[in-house]
Design a protein around this ligand. Structure first.
Ligand code: PMP
Length: 362
């Protein structure tokens, strides 16, 4: 069991996450020029290993941005004004898709389920059957704000049936939950470095299939900075369009190597085990998860509590464990525990034990 302190706390937020020393050490490597042969070799390996993690044959673009940047890199290259977009919302991050689509002057239709619930394929089918001119459907795989995991596979198959393009937020699911882009027919999948991949924040990822590329070609004003053509040409040359976050890419290279060694299936199974231990440990303590089984995500468990802020404060002060609070309308109504990054089963047990002590006290 590791020792945690105020300077070295146990970070259990669902991103950013605990980053292992091997990955952190990469950040202190000397900066090398991004147009060098050496960097190109690194990029070649990173592009290939990202495909392994995303489980896709598509090229994967690396943006010097957070996850929201990658979300912009998706919709800003696909939407023309007045295009019909369906936004399936079950939490804060579903709403982010809505805002980005509105910003591109799309005709956005929002279907929102109560926070803590998931979106079902029936919900998508009901809308798409009546709105066959829908171009894009946005959705969130793991809704980090509630701990809900949507059944992307079944929803994407309905979206494809009606000829729309699925644009999926995999920011907290890629590398932490089973997520098979090609097999599940996800047209555009975006993610970020600071969650399932166990890296520091600062990189966004985007992977688009041929169906999405056909729609991209119809976009009259594609993004300049996140332009898919520039990125594709660069990936083909094991390069990047502009100066990348070189040190973060060193870290990503190492993190992907570690994931490959463990195996993506083993990694997601390990997260699933952590989340199961946590979920049942929390209910044994008399706490009520916001999202109930079987809709819970392996990446994060959200817990209902009117004392969430007090619990978070004491967890930090007395035990050096950092938990996340609720966002937006859920602020001070829930706290969230992430199961991502460089943590072990012992860390989950320790967290449950500390929570038990706190619950007795308050
Ligand atoms: N989508 C999801 C599901 C997320 O969890 C987050 C980050 N919490 C985002 C999008 C936004 O990512 P970022 O903060 O990296 O821009």
């Amino acid at each position: 069991m590791r020792n945690y302190s105020a300077q070295n706390p146990l970070l259990l937020t669902p991103g950013p996450v605990m980053v292992c020393d091997e990955v952190l050490d990469e950040l202190s490597k000397p900066v090398i020029p991004h147009r060098s042969k050496e960097f190109s070799e690194i990029l070649k390996r990173v592009y290939s290993n990202l495909k392994y993690v995303f489980q896709t044959k598509n090229d994967i673009f690396i943006f010097p941005s957070s996850g929201t940047g990658a979300m912009c890199g998706a919709l800003e290259n696909l939407i023309n004004p007045r295009d019909k977009v369906l936004s399936l919302v079950c939490g804060v991050f579903g709403n982010r898709w809505t805002e980005i689509a509105k910003n591109r002057n799309a005709e956005v239709h929002i279907i929102e389920v109560p926070y803590g619930k998931t979106i079902t394929a029936d919900i998508a089918e009901d809308f798409l059957a009546k709105n066959k001119d829908t171009k894009i459907v946005t959705l969130t795989h793991c809704e980090t704000s509630t701990g809900a995991l949507n059944n992307i596979k079944s929803i994407c198959s309905v979206i494809k049936k009606y000829g729309a393009i699925s644009v999926v937020d995999g920011v907290s699911s890629v590398g932490s939950c089973e997520c098979k882009q090609d097999e599940w027919g996800i047209d555009v999948l975006v993610s970020a470095s600071q969650k399932g991949l166990g890296c520091p924040p600062g990189l966004g990822f985007l992977s688009a299939n041929n169906r999405a590329w056909d729609l991209y070609k119809q976009c009259q004003t594609p993004s300049y900075y996140f332009n898919w053509d520039y990125y594709k040409k660069s990936v083909e040359n094991n390069s990047v369009p502009c100066t990348p976050a070189i040190s973060l890419i060193h870290a990503l290279d190492r993190a992907l190597d570690i994931i490959k060694k463990e195996g993506i299936g083993n990694l997601t199974a390990r997260r699933e085990n952590y989340s199961q231990t946590l979920y049942h440990g929390l209910t044994d303590l008399g706490l009520e998860p916001l999202t109930l089984e079987p809709d819970t995500s392996p990446a994060v468990v959200a817990v209902k509590s009117e004392k969430s802020e007090e619990i978070r404060e004491v967890m930090k002060k007395d035990f050096h464990i950092i938990l996340a609070g609720g966002q937006s309308d859920l602020y001070s109504k829930i706290f969230r525990i992430g199961t991502l990054g460089d943590i072990t089963e012992d860390d989950i047990d320790y967290t449950l034990n500390c929570l038990a002590k706190i619950l007795k006290k308050i």
